[in-house]
Design a protein around this ligand. Structure first.
Ligand code: MD6
Ligand code: FE
Length: 212
């Protein structure tokens, strides 16, 4: 399953417990985008360091009780913005509702995220294959919302060497994974240059999780 000739309109099963929901976030996008812009004024996206000693190509910010952070020592969740020491702002209702509805559509009832990671991808930014394993309760899914420039989302399996599906995510698409696929490898291929009417020359991804 590497090529999709046309963007689908119905949910696509990617693995056990994993679904691509094309366009699922489109109806709430105007309000969501307004909230996101407000948030980024108070907590601008920053290029965090990785424990490998390099700055990430992706710039990140967070909403919710727990923000995902990375520095030269480690990565994990923090209640404060490491730049300003200020606590992160609450996840706005429009995003909480979107996350719960997308999770429900994928079979996960009553998803209440306490962390919303905001990733901003300029052209050529990417995210290598990895598993999300810093959370405490793996019965809770991950909900990923895409805005702006398209990107190829790579979704693999339990082993790094497993074959990856290449999912052409567009503005408004949502991916949910949990259950048997909760700790599957995934990543984002380098974003191609372009311009999107809402976000300009970047892709933004929201990753919602229950961290603690
Ligand atoms: C994305 N991000 O930005 C996907 N996972 O589209 C992730 O998968 C991710 O940014 C764990 C920790 C940070 C991340
Ligand atoms: Fe991840």
């Amino acid at each position: 399953m590497d090529l999709f000739s046309a963007h689908p309109t119905e949910p696509v099963a990617l693995a056990i417990g994993a679904y691509w929901l094309p366009g699922f976030a489109l109806p709430c996008m105007p309000l969501l985008w307004q909230c996101l812009q407000q948030h980024l004024l108070a907590h601008p996206a920053q290029h965090m360091m990785t424990p490998m000693g390099y700055p990430m190509s992706v710039a990140t910010s967070s909403m919710g009780r727990w923000g995902w952070v990375s520095d030269a020592q480690s990565y994990g969740y923090s209640a404060h913005n490491p730049l300003t020491e200020a606590p992160w702002q609450a996840i706005p209702p429009v995003i909480l509702q979107l996350a719960a509805q997308a999770a429900e559509q994928a079979g996960y009832a009553r998803f209440v995220p306490d962390s919303c990671l905001i990733n901003s991808y300029a052209p050529d930014s990417k995210m290598g294959l990895h598993r999300d394993k810093d959370e405490q309760d793996f019965s809770q899914p991950i909900v990923s919302v895409s805005l702006g420039l398209p990107a190829i989302f790579m979704f693999g399996g339990a082993k790094r060497s497993d074959k990856t599906a290449k999912i052409p995510l567009q503005h408004g698409d949502v991916v949910v994974w949990g259950g048997a696929s909760r700790r599957f490898y995934h990543g984002v291929a380098a974003v191609k240059p372009g311009t999107h009417p809402l976000t300009g020359s970047r892709r933004i991804n929201l990753t919602l999780r229950q961290a603690k």
